[in-house]
Design a protein around this ligand. Structure first.
Ligand code: HEM
Length: 445
C-alpha cells in the first residue's frame, strides 16, 4: 500500500463509536486524549464520515498555510453563524474573502490601532468606576461590557452603552444556539420551532437595529483616520470595490461580535488564572508601579511591561478562546504521510497543541515566565490567533486591549475567586465559562 493512501491512526469498531460519543460530550478532553493515544494526525471515521485531528505544529503549518487555497470553513460550522454574520470576513470564502481581507486589513494596522490607547483606557476606567472594594461581579459580563465599549468607541466612533445588556444576552444565546445548530449539521430555517431558534432570531433582529444605528453614527463621524465605517463606506459603489450597503452591515456585525466577545473571553480566563495565582498579581502590580508610578498605561509603556505581556500570552495558551479551527478540504489533500479526504472535517485545535508537553513542559501549569526566553519551538505551536492567510485580522487590537485591561485593572484592584465558585469550560463557538466567573474585587493594602 502506498503511504499516501494510508489512513491515519485512530479508533476502529466499537472504540470508534465510543470515541465519537466522547467527542460530542467533552470535546476538549476527548481531543487531548486522542492526541496522546494516536499521535500527530488522528482519524475518526467510517463510511462517509471522516474527522481528522492535526496535532503537530509542522502539520498545522502544512495545513493552514500550505493547503490554505484548498480549504474552506466547513458549512456545518459556518451555516448557523452566517445567519447573523452574512458574508462578513469571518465566514466568507474565495475571491470575495480576498477582497474583503484586502479592504479590512488597513483598518487593523498597528499604526492605526496604536492611536486607540487613550480611548481604551477611558473605556476601562468607565467600568472600574462601578467597582468597589468587596463587590462581587461576574467577570465574564464585566469584560464583555468593557471590550464592547473598546471596540465600538475606537473602530466605530459609536457609543452603545444603552445596549450593552442586550448585547451580553445576545452573545450568550447566539453562542449556545448556533453551536447546537452546527452540531445538527443541517440548515435550520428561521421559522422552524426548534428550542432556542426563536430566541436566536429575536437577538439577531435586535443586533440588526443596533448595527444600523452604529453605521449611521460612524458615517456621521466623518473620515478621520481609524474610523472603520467611514473607510468601508467610502468604497460603496466604487468600480474596483466589492463593498455594498449589505456587506458594510455584515462587516460591522462581524467586528462587533467577533471583536469584543473573543477578547472578553480571553480576559475572563486570564482573570480566572490570576485568582489562582495571587503571587502573579503581586508581580504584575509591582511591574506596573515601577514603570507607570500610578499613571495610566500608554502604548509606548508596553515595551517595558514585559511581565504583563507574558501573562497575556500564557493565558491565551492555556485557554485559547478559539479552541478549534475547523476546515474542509475542497479536494483530497496530502498531509504528512497521509491523504485527507475531500469533504471531511479537519480540526487544528489550539487547545490541544498548546498543551503538548513536547512544546510546553508542565503544559497545564500557568507559568508566564516560560515566554521570557526566546523559544526554539515552532511558531505554529502557539496559534491563539490562528495561522496562514485567515489568521485573526484583529490580533494587534486584541493584544493591545488585553494588555491595557490587565495593567489598568491591576493598578487598582486585586481579584479573588468567590469561595465555592466552580468554574467550568463550555467549548461552544468560543471557549465560554459554563456559568460565568464570580470574582470579588479588593483594593491593594
Ligand atoms: C483575544 C482575542 C481574539 C482571539 C483569540 C481571536 C482569534 C481568532 C482566530 C483563531 C481566528 C482565525 C479563525 C480560523 O482560522 O478559523 C480569527 C479570525 C478573525 N478575527 Fe479574531 N480573535 C480575537 C480578537 C479579534 C478582534 C479584536 C477582532 C476585531 C476587532 C477580530 C476579528 C476577526 C476576524 C474578522 C476574523 C476573520 C479573519 C479572516 O478570516 O480573514 N478578532 N480570530
Amino acid at each position: 500500500m502506498s503511504s499516501a493512501s494510508r489512513i491515519p491512526p485512530g479508533p476502529r469498531g466499537l472504540a470508534l463509536v465510543q470515541a465519537i460519543r466522547f467527542l460530542r460530550r467533552d470535546p476538549l478532553n476527548a481531543m487531548l486524549s486522542f492526541a496522546r493515544e494516536y499521535g500527530d494526525l488522528v482519524h475518526l471515521g467510517e463510511g462517509p464520515l471522516h474527522i481528522y485531528m492535526v496535532n503537530h505544529p509542522d502539520l498545522v503549518r502544512d495545513l493552514l498555510v500550505g493547503h490554505a487555497a484548498r480549504l474552506r470553513k466547513p458549512r456545518s460550522t459556518t451555516r448557523p453563524v452566517i445567519d447573523f454574520l452574512g458574508s462578513g470576513l469571518l465566514v466568507s470564502e474565495g475571491a470575495l474573502w480576498r477582497s474583503e481581507r484586502h479592504t479590512m486589513q488597513p483598518v487593523f494596522h498597528h499604526r492605526v490601532i496604536d492611536a486607540y490607547g487613550q480611548e481604551m483606557v477611558a473605556c476601562i476606567d468607565a467600568v472600574l468606576a462601578g467597582w468597589h472594594a468587596g463587590d462581587v461581579h461576574d467577570i465574564d459580563e464585566e469584560m464583555l461590557k468593557m471590550t464592547l465599549a473598546m471596540v465600538t468607541r475606537t473602530l466605530f466612533r459609536a457609543n452603545v452603552q444603552d445596549a450593552e445588556e442586550m448585547v451580553v444576552r445576545a452573545v450568550k444565546v447566539l453562542q449556545k444556539v448556533s453551536y447546537q445548530q452546527g452540531q445538527l449539521g443541517l440548515p435550520i430555517p428561521r421559522w422552524l420551532p426548534l428550542p432556542g431558534n426563536r430566541q436566536k432570531w429575536h437577538y439577531i433582529d435586535e443586533l440588526d437595529v443596533l448595527v444600523a444605528r452604529i453605521i449611521q453614527s460612524g458615517r456621521a463621524a466623518g473620515h478621520e483616520s481609524g474610523n472603520m465605517i467611514a473607510m468601508l463606506a467610502a468604497g460603496i459603489d466604487q468600480p474596483d470595490s466589492v463593498m455594498t450597503e449589505r456587506l458594510l452591515r455584515d462587516e460591522v456585525m462581524t467586528v462587533l461580535l467577533a471583536g469584543h466577545e473573543s477578547t472578553a473571553n480571553g480576559l475572563t480566563w486570564m482573570w480566572y488564572l490570576l485568582t489562582q495565582h495571587p503571587e502573579v498579581q503581586e508581580q504584575l502590580r509591582a511591574e506596573a508601579e515601577a514603570v507607570l508610578e500610578g499613571r495610566p498605561p500608554t502604548v509606548a509603556d508596553f515595551k517595558r511591561l514585559t511581565y504583563a505581556e507574558n501573562v497575556v500570552k500564557e493565558a491565551l495558551r492555556l485557554y485559547p478562546p478559539a479552541w478549534a479551527l475547523p476546515r474542509e478540504p475542497l479536494e483530497d489533500i496530502a498531509l504528512g504521510d497521509y491523504t485527507l479526504k475531500q469533504g471531511s472535517m479537519v480540526i487544528a485545535a489550539p487547545y490541544v497543541i498548546h498543551r503538548d508537553p513536547r512544546f510546553y513542559p508542565q503544559p497545564d501549569a500557568f507559568i508566564p515566565e516560560r515566554f521570557d526566553t526566546d523559544q526554539d519551538t515552532s511558531p505554529f505551536a502557539y496559534i491563539p490567533f490562528g495561522a496562514g492567510p485567515r489568521f485573526c485580522v484583529g490580533t494587534a487590537f486584541a493584544q493591545m486591549a488585553m494588555r491595557m485591561v490587565l495593567v489598568r485593572v491591576q493598578q487598582g484592584f486585586r481579584l479573588t475567586l468567590v469561595p465555592g465558585e466552580r468554574v467550568g469550560l463550555d467549548p461552544l463557538l468560543t471557549l465560554r465559562p459554563t456559568n460565568g466567573v464570580h470574582i470579588q474585587m479588593q483594593r491593594w493594602n
